[in-house]
Design a protein around this ligand. Structure first.
Ligand code: NDP
Ligand code: 2IT
Length: 445
């Protein structure tokens, strides 16, 4: 039995050398739930924590494909099937050159708790590849997706493991992978979520992560009697999550002043209004261009190679990638008057940044709570597929709001410290209890 968090982490680090992102994600959870574990020794006696950090299964495979020049290319594919205590493995696929086992294990581990918080019956998983979709032709993307699914198909299924999108995987890639799955298995089933609307997708799934994040931030602001109206908002990223977070902020009367991509950030003090946002959506989703072009078109400033946290804002919604806010960025945000950070991305704030938020008692919604709207609507897509029905936009949006609100309540229940809500602690404990109890019920498996 481990006496301290550090002793437990030493074992995790020794067992999983070099997996820094995974260590970081585990540490955050273990630190939050430690006292709860000591008060509930039955979890310790049955080694729930030791079992929880070990994926049920990791699949790693070769993905060979031919580029437009006829040359053979080889990528590495993964699926981490982390935990199925409360439902089939569920979580996205990421295509990005930085993808490694450590990154996918951190994402899969976070996903277990996030999915638990949604109130829906979904286990945790994550997968992807080091394939870089940037600069690839349509044909190359399709060839890669087909090869990836040629291996992945044998490991997944609508009641086993249901992947979806993440960085570098959107509607286009889900379409190619779904087509290949159907062709190989001769089955039209809800094996992936984020599907097209006319072949089994759910309304509001594309919007869900960004909208959900803003609904969550809205709930946090409401605890202070505040709202998005008139707020200046800094958003990072310019992909799926950032786009729809921006759309919802604008609708609620806030002013979005930044967006970014991996080359740099744009700062538009006038605000990115709906017309400008529409242009960004076309730039990123259709033309697949760079954010730099924004300032050439609309003015404002382009910060080459920089993240947007130097912009003065009331609310920050990091929506690009992991560890994109460090201690210094967090200090800058707080110094500039930021009162609320809600994470659209997974683990965008590093541990020192989180310490700064908590020390300064600003509203901080960690990713596993704040960005759970995406997977929640994936869960609703699965429900619609299994009853062979589709719900209206209003119905799905209403369910999304209810889920985000119940996640907020769960965080409040377990994270209340006087008049402060520690959402990190709340999300981790609430997520943990449901999974741990299910694991207890199901015996040593
Ligand atoms: P997209 O691929 O649509 O967009 C990603 C955005 O982040 C792009 O603007 C991209 O810039 C930028 N980005 C990616 N990697 C880096 C990097 N290393 N440094 C700086 N910028 C980077 O992905 P999503 O919007 O779907 O995902 C964004 C975040 O949200 C991720 O953390 C993901 O895990 C998380 N998330 C996504 C959900 C979903 O439903 N899609 C659900 C919950 C969380 P560029 O164009 O240059 O690549
Ligand atoms: O990080 C995430 O929650 C996602 N990428 C969405 C997962 C899903 O199954 O919809």
């Amino acid at each position: 039995m481990y006496k301290t968090v550090d002793a437990f982490m030493e074992t995790v680090i020794n067992k999983n050398p070099g997996q820094d992102e995974f260590h970081q994600a585990v540490h955050e959870v273990v630190e939050s739930i430690w006292d709860h574990l000591q008060d509930n020794p039955h979890y310790l006696h049955t080694k729930i924590l030791d079992r929880l950090i070990e994926p049920e299964r990791v699949i790693m495979f070769r993905v060979p494909w031919r580029d437009d020049q006829g040359m053979v290319q080889v990528n590495r594919g993964y699926r981490v099937e982390f935990n199925s205590a409360i439902g089939p493995y569920k979580g996205g696929l990421r295509f990005h050159p930085s993808v490694s086992l450590s990154i996918l294990k951190f994402l899969g581990f976070e996903q277990i708790f996030k999915n638990s918080l949604t109130t829906l019956p979904m286990g945790g998983g994550k997968g992807g590849s080091d394939f870089d979709p940037k600069g690839k032709s349509e044909n190359e993307v399709m060839s890669f997706c087909q090869s990836f699914m040629t291996e992945l198909n044998r490991h997944i299924g609508p009641v086993t493991d249901v992947p979806a999108g993440d960085i570098g995987v959107g509607g286009r890639e889900i379409g190619y992978m779904f087509g290949q799955y159907k062709r190989i298995r001769n089955e039209f089933t809800g094996v992936l979520t984020g599907k097209g609307l006319n072949w089994g997708g759910s309304l509001i799934r594309p919007e869900a992560t960004g909208y959900g994040c803003v609904y969550f931030a809205q709930k946090m602001l409401q605890t202070k009697g505040d709202s998005f109206k008139g707020k200046t908002v800094a958003i990072s990223g310019s992909g799926n999550v950032a786009q729809y977070a921006s759309e919802k902020v604008i609708e609620l009367g806030g002013k979005v002043v930044t967006l970014s991509d991996s080359s740099g950030s744009i700062y538009d003090p006038e605000g990115i209004d709906s017309n400008k946002l529409q242009w960004v959506m076309d730039l990123k989703n259709v033309r697949r261009g760079r954010m730099k072009e924004y300032t050439e078109k609309f003015g404002g400033e382009y910060w080459e190679g920089k993240r947007p946290w130097g912009a003065k804002c009331d609310v920050a919604l990091p929506s690009a990638t992991q560890n994109e806010i460090n201690k210094q960025d967090a200090e800058t945000l707080v110094k500039n008057g930021c009162i609320c950070v809600a994470e659209g991305a997974n683990m965008p704030s590093d541990p020192e940044a989180i310490e700064i938020y908590l020390e300064n008692k600003i509203l901080f919604g960690p990713g596993k709570a704040a960005n759970a709207g995406g997977v929640a609507v994936s869960g609703l897509e699965m429900s619609q597929n299994s009853i062979l029905m589709s719900w209206s936009r209003e119905e799905v949006d209403e369910k999304l709001k209810t889920i985000m609100s119940s996640i907020h309540d769960a965080c409040e229940k377990y994270g209340k410290e006087g008049d402060f809500i520690n959402y990190v602690k709340g999300a981790n404990i609430a997520g943990f209890i449901k999974i741990a109890d299910a694991m207890m019920d199901q015996g040593v498996v």
